[in-house]
Design a protein around this ligand. Structure first.
Ligand SMILES: [Zn+2]
Length: 196
């Protein structure tokens, strides 16, 4: 059975089902691969990177051997959704819009908190939505633009509150809670989102 998965357009990416291995997987043949590398992508697709001439039979054996690991991680990654933006191009295209948006939201929320912050930088970060330095400089991912509005608001408030509390202790969460009472829910939602 032939199919393309997710973002993969290359004909080397084929979803396979066999009687031997009881789950769909994709084999990516790589010139640079020296051994087998297994990964589960957000959404739950199983991808195996293999050296170009690695025998198919051994691949199936390998997959079967690791089936419980695969099962566990597939379930975990199924709940992860991916934002359809990535790469330097997307970053450069959206950076200034993100900067304007984040500045505006910072000013808005800081009417309440009245903290002092330094430089605000818009970064091309994949795993980090925002951070706050000891000096009071704030960093945000440009991808905040693509989050649901309430999640972007949560990130802005979260980093603002780090200006006063540089940790995730009880006092920090009390500060966050003052403007976002349901912060726990938003935190959980944010955790299930990754950048592609
Ligand atoms: Zn934090």
């Amino acid at each position: 059975m032939k199919n393309t998965v997710g973002d993969f357009q290359s004909p080397t990416f084929l979803v396979r089902y066999t009687s031997f291995v009881q789950f769909p997987y994709t084999v990516k043949r790589s010139e640079r691969a020296r051994s087998l590398r297994l990964s589960v992508l957000p959404g739950g697709n199983v991808v195996l990177t293999a050296p170009v001439f690695f025998p198919e039979a051994h691949i199936q054996e390998f997959l079967q051997k690791h089936s419980s690991w695969i099962e566990k991680n597939t379930q975990k990654m199924r709940s992860v959704s991916v934002l359809p933006v990535s790469g330097r191009r997307a970053y450069l295209a959206h950076r200034e819009k993100a900067r304007a948006f984040i500045h505006e939201r910072l000013v808005y929320w800081n009417q309440f908190y009245r903290f002092t912050y330094g430089r605000v930088s818009i970064k091309n970060t994949k795993r980090l939505w925002g951070s706050c330095s000891r000096k009071g400089n704030l960093n945000f991912s440009y991808a905040l633009l693509f989050l649901a509005h309430e999640l972007a608001e949560y990130v802005v408030v979260h980093e603002l509150c780090h200006l006063k509390e540089h940790n995730h202790g009880a006092e920090f969460w009390k500060l966050v809670e003052k403007t976002i009472p349901e912060y726990r829910k938003r935190r959980t939602q944010l955790r299930s989102i990754q950048l592609g």
